[in-house]
Design a protein around this ligand. Structure first.
Ligand code: BTN
Length: 262
């Protein structure tokens, strides 16, 4: 994408996972800004060890390699900026308004999921050049652009929970145009990660876009499930949930919106 750091775009007809590919490239010293995009993934990765699947050529499956100068407790902002840029792209290309479900799913106004983000980092791996490169974060996003076209396309467990830009816009949507708009919107947001006022701005944008705040939620942790009302996202990206008269801070886990925010 001219005028951005995203000039090295690697396109795959098929790959196991664009995240896996870029993590390996990062280990070999690939710089900030490399992009991998695939028409099909044979082992697409989702959050919490899940799989991410879409029929060939229907949806946008893309990962970006970022090496932001970010304090470790603010690294969640790298995935936030990708989600926010994708929401901008959906608005621009398909005229569809999406909100963020914590931590960074994109939801349609009816609460169905349109996109998911998976950030992966390999902080333990030493850099081959002796440490001059900043540590990498690979942020992958799967955007349901043209699939599902309707509920009949979906496996039973996703009926009623997933939708696509095509469905929302009521017309086919060009994956290439969504990618171009996403990378263009991502450039200034990624630049913001490198300085304190920029980080504050991106954290603020995330809070404004976050549909989870103000919503009754069920929080599903590895060893426990509880319900409450989400009240805020902290500067470190943790979700605050009021439950039984106390406020709990959720660092990672699955959150279910029990009903859309009024
Ligand atoms: C989620 O579970 O919601 C996150 C899904 C992330 C999927 C994307 S598709 C492109 C990139 N490559 C992967 O293997 N996963 C991410």
């Amino acid at each position: 994408m001219p005028g951005t750091r995203f000039t090295d775009i690697r396109r795959f007809a098929s790959v196991d996972s664009t995240n896996r590919y870029l993590l390996d490239e990062a280990r070999a010293g690939a710089p900030d800004g490399v992009v991998a995009v695939a028409e099909h993934q044979s082992a697409g990765r989702g959050r919490l060890g899940r799989r991410w699947e879409a029929p060939r050529g229907t949806n946008l499956l893309v990962s970006v390699l970022l090496r932001p100068d970010l304090p470790s407790d603010l690294r969640y902002l790298a995935s936030a900026v990708v989600a926010l840029a994708a929401a901008e792209a959906a608005e621009e290309v398909a005229g569809v308004h999406l909100g963020v479900k914590w931590p960074n799913d994109l939801l349609a106004p009816d609460g169905r999921k349109v996109a998911g983000v998976l950030a992966e980092a390999d902080l333990a791996e030493p850099e081959p050049d002796g440490g001059e490169l900043l540590p990498p974060i690979v942020v992958g996003i799967g955007i349901n652009v043209n699939w599902p076209a309707g509920d009949a396309d979906l496996p039973e467990e996703l009926v009623g929970t997933a939708t696509s830009l095509r469905r929302l816009a009521d017309r086919p949507v060009d994956c290439g145009a969504v990618l171009a708009a996403l990378l263009e919107a991502l450039e200034p947001r990624a630049a913001d990660l490198g300085n304190p006022p920029g980080r504050l701005r991106q954290g603020g944008d995330l809070r404004s876009a976050c549909l989870t705040v103000g919503t009754p939620v069920r929080v599903e942790l590895a060893d426990q499930v509880f319900e409450g009302t989400a009240t805020d996202v902290t500067a470190e990206g943790h979700l605050l949930v009021e439950t039984g008269g106390q406020t709990r801070s959720v660092v990672a886990g699955d959150v279910v919106h029990l009903r859309p925010r009024d």
